[in-house]
Design a protein around this ligand. Sequence first.
Ligand code: GLV
Ligand code: MN
Ligand code: MN
Length: 417
Amino acid sequence: MTPTNIRINGDRLISRLMALARIGDTGDGGARRLALSDTDKLGRDLFVSWLKDVGLDVHIDKIGNIVGILPGSTDAAPILMGSHIDTVGSGGKYDGALGVLGALEVIETIKESGLKLPRGLAVIAFTNEEGARFQPDILGSCVWTGDMTLAETYPITDSDGKCVGDELDRIGYLGAAEPGFLKPRAYLELHIEQGPVLDQEGGGIGAVTGVQAISWSEYSIVGEPNHAGTTPMKYRRNAGLAAARITVFADDLTRAIPGTVANGGVIAFEPSNVNVVPGRVVMTLDLRNPDDARLADAEARMATFVAALQREAGVTIGRRELANFPAQPFDPTMIGAVERAAQSLGYPVRRMVSGAGHDAQMMATVVPTAMIFVPSVKGISHNPAEHTEPADIIAGGNVLLAAALELAHDLDAAAGG
Ligand code: GLV
Ligand code: MN
Ligand code: MN
């Protein structure tokens, strides 16, 4: 039987979340800790100091993933929990941090309780989940699961030409451990929902059934810079107009293909002057759909549109794929464990698909995986105003604890581990 009376220390979890958020504090409630930046290093250092304070075995792997392990009483495969502590350029306090610090809180709570679990528990902070600085996103978990190699990832550059391998080394997080060195029985990730559903529809816990498919593209559009007053419209080769038309076409696709969401997140004009027709634009497009076939349809329609647009607008358009991940369902037994944990604590729980990408989608390809969502106030995320009520943070932490306890005792399910 798993004990049901143990609870996390909510104040400690929240105070660690606030302490981490002070690193890279943007002064407007948010945080900026781009992957492998100086602020990411400081956030990592703080996290590692907490792992050591709790007495965990700390390992850094060759892609900078940070792992803390509390051994169990047998050598059965441990339960791994975690997320990421990097942020987007103007991020909030909770995206990723909650999953990492929630996992640490669960482990510390169990250690303090004196309970001896047959399975060990481990926490992981994955490198560059956000993909805001280096693409693709979920890089650390892609390497952990073997989906990408170190040789592929080290040369990836940011917009200033700095590469992953050099930046890992520079900040002191090019570790010695092999990515994937720990073979867990299961992976659990606590996360804020980052959308409005739980907040608008009664709160409680989300038992996440999977992550939708994601496609990121960068378009490089080349036209001709020219005088904005003297050049008759029919003679212009306007890269800026082509970029606008790509954005609008993608937005139209969201109404044409059910489930599609689209976002033009980066756009850079060159030259960028009031009276010059833009000659060159680099822009990004983020397309997602819970259904792989529908996302493929959206990508195909985009490609046809872009080909026609080149001719029509007199520009050339190159496309570079930045990320492409299929829809990833989670393990039914693990989803059930999350539901049981929430119900045992008296929280309403509903099944939902994640709109955001997460390290869990990679972990799900190698180990039974599920995620726990807590409400995001007004559904706001990737924004300094991102907020989750303390009671929901604590509820999420306790659901993670209850699910981890159930899984850590479940030696019968340990086929091969
Ligand atoms: C990760 O934050 C994503 O873009 O879904
Ligand atoms: Mn996240
Ligand atoms: Mn994010």
